[in-house]
Design a protein around this ligand. Structure first.
Ligand SMILES: [Zn+2]
Length: 479
């Protein structure tokens, strides 16, 4: 028998019953049925997780609106996982829907719980990626303590939000601006939730930085880290990066939702461009000892470095890579560089120059192009934070060679150790004025508790806050 004859023989052996399974329109008189397909097993996905519906910026940023996000870890009803739990009396635990997702109608209490959880979870995940995939402890996670952080999406009335180590909590308040009817919920702002989660992450990394006894610049680092967390969170999400590139024609200094922080909140207070603007030109000599303003000098310097590196990398990669992808990668690198520099900075009394120098040194050791360091030196110098190791003439004349990877300023050395510009600056010597900061910086625990105790990590109680008063009472009652 030839091979062809064998095939015919096999085809004839297809049972008649299978022929009858074909719908009539596919049956051809006299034709044999095709062999039955062998199903290919589907690999089971490695990642399980849940979908959440969230505002990608806040309710006023309609370009982005509400979107689904995928959280690739196991989340229990609450929402709760091993690090974060959500608290809203009479509402939580919020159960997952029939599909196992946390998808609810926008602005309902269930939606607020899901959104606030998802954004805190994503913020932690972003920094854990920069931490080599390892968990970052909260300030109280010492000696085997695994207590979660509790997140309160509707914690009461007020135009504020805060992180408290004593309460092990993030609390988001709501308010109705004067003369308006629409209530503004801070939990519906990705910027505000990421900012407060940033305070919690930084307090875990640097427990000594929140004490008011530090120089104003240390407080400025805390506020700036919160704002930069919101910016890097937005740029870690491909849809936001893509929308931003299209909106600004890939120019980070163009007006957009990225540098404008907490848009809805700012509008409620009558501010045109968010509560704060990261794309600012503030210098240290303009801000005194007011921590909120001082923070904007640091945030602005990092934002400018981000824009510089993006322009440089677009020049290098625009023919081989999508501009949104270049932006995501640049933001990721800069966020990790800042994260590593902060981890390597002093445990107490950290100054902007400390973080700048660690950024320069880590950048050099990991082999970044030399021009990255020139961008960092220039931006910190022009804001009067550090001395100018690279002449600022090219930057100030607008003739800086943005595409030269080796540019260090007319043959100058690639310096990785710069000095403070003005040791007598109020931002270093005065007391911290926190009156215009977010709720975190106003918490009594960071003013009242002994700085050394704060820096040691560990749990805090109300008695720690009232320590001095209680001591006085003890002495009085002992008489
Ligand atoms: Zn803050």
């Amino acid at each position: 028998m030839t091979i062809h004859q064998e095939e015919l023989q096999e085809q004839r052996e297809v049972p008649q019953s299978r022929m009858r399974e074909l719908p009539p329109m596919l049956r051809i008189e006299g034709a044999e049925a095709p062999p039955a397909p062998t199903p290919v097993p589907v690999p089971v996905p490695l990642v399980t997780g849940h979908r959440f519906l969230i505002y990608k910026q806040d309710p006023t940023v309609t370009q982005l609106g509400v979107r689904l996000v995928f959280v690739p870890t196991t989340v229990l009803n609450g929402p709760t996982d091993a690090r974060v739990t959500t608290v809203l009396p009479t509402v939580t635990p919020v159960p997952r829907n029939a599909n196992g997702d946390f998808v609810f109608t926008a602005n309902t209490p269930q939606f607020d719980c899901a959104m606030v959880f998802a954004v805190v979870r994503q913020t932690l995940a972003m920094y854990e990626r920069h931490n080599g995939g390892n968990p970052i402890p909260f300030a109280w996670n010492v000696g085997g303590n695994t207590d979660r952080i509790s997140v309160f999406p509707r914690a009461g009335a007020g135009a504020n939000a805060f992180y408290s180590r004593t309460a092990k909590a993030l609390k988001f308040l709501s308010f109705t601006p004067q003369g308006q009817t629409q209530e503004i919920f801070t939990c519906r702002s990705l910027d505000i939730v990421a900012h407060e989660a940033g305070h919690a992450v930084l307090d875990g990394l640097k427990p000594g930085w929140l004490a008011v006894g530090n120089p104003p610049q240390t407080g400025g680092l805390h506020e700036a880290f919160g704002d930069l967390t919101a910016i890097f969170m937005a740029l870690s999400q491909p849809d936001q990066a893509d929308a931003l590139v299209a909106l600004t024609r890939a120019n980070l200094h163009d007006r957009s939702f990225l540098p404008a922080l907490a848009e809805e909140f700012g509008r409620g207070l009558g501010l045109q461009f968010g509560l704060r603007n990261a794309d600012n030109d503030l210098k240290l000599s303009q801000v005194g000892n007011e921590v909120h303003a001082i923070s904007q000098v640091f945030t602005g310097a990092i934002y400018d470095v981000l824009a510089d590196v993006y322009q440089f990398e677009m020049g290098r990669q625009r023919r081989t890579k999508d501009p949104a992808l270049v932006l995501i990668e640049v933001a990721q690198r800069l966020c990790k560089l800042l994260f590593d520099a902060i981890v390597a900075s002093p445990a107490t009394g950290a100054k902007y120059v400390d973080v700048a120098n660690k950024m320069l040194q880590i950048s050099a050791s990991q082999g970044d192009p030399a021009v990255y360091r020139t961008f960092i030196r220039n931006r910190f110098a022009v804001r009067e934070i550090t001395t100018a190791a690279t002449p600022l003439t090219d930057l100030m004349s607008g003739r800086m060679k943005m595409s030269d990877a080796d540019y260090t300023g007319n043959g100058k050395k690639d310096v990785t150790d710069v000095e403070t510009a003005d040791e007598r600056s109020a931002s270093l010597r005065a007391e911290q004025d926190r009156s215009r900061c977010c709720g975190t910086m106003q918490m009594p625990e960071y003013r009242m508790v002994d700085a050394k105790k704060l820096a040691r990590r560990g749990e805090l109680t109300d008695d720690d806050i009232l320590h001095d008063e209680l001591e006085e009472l003890r002495r009085a009652f002992n008489k």
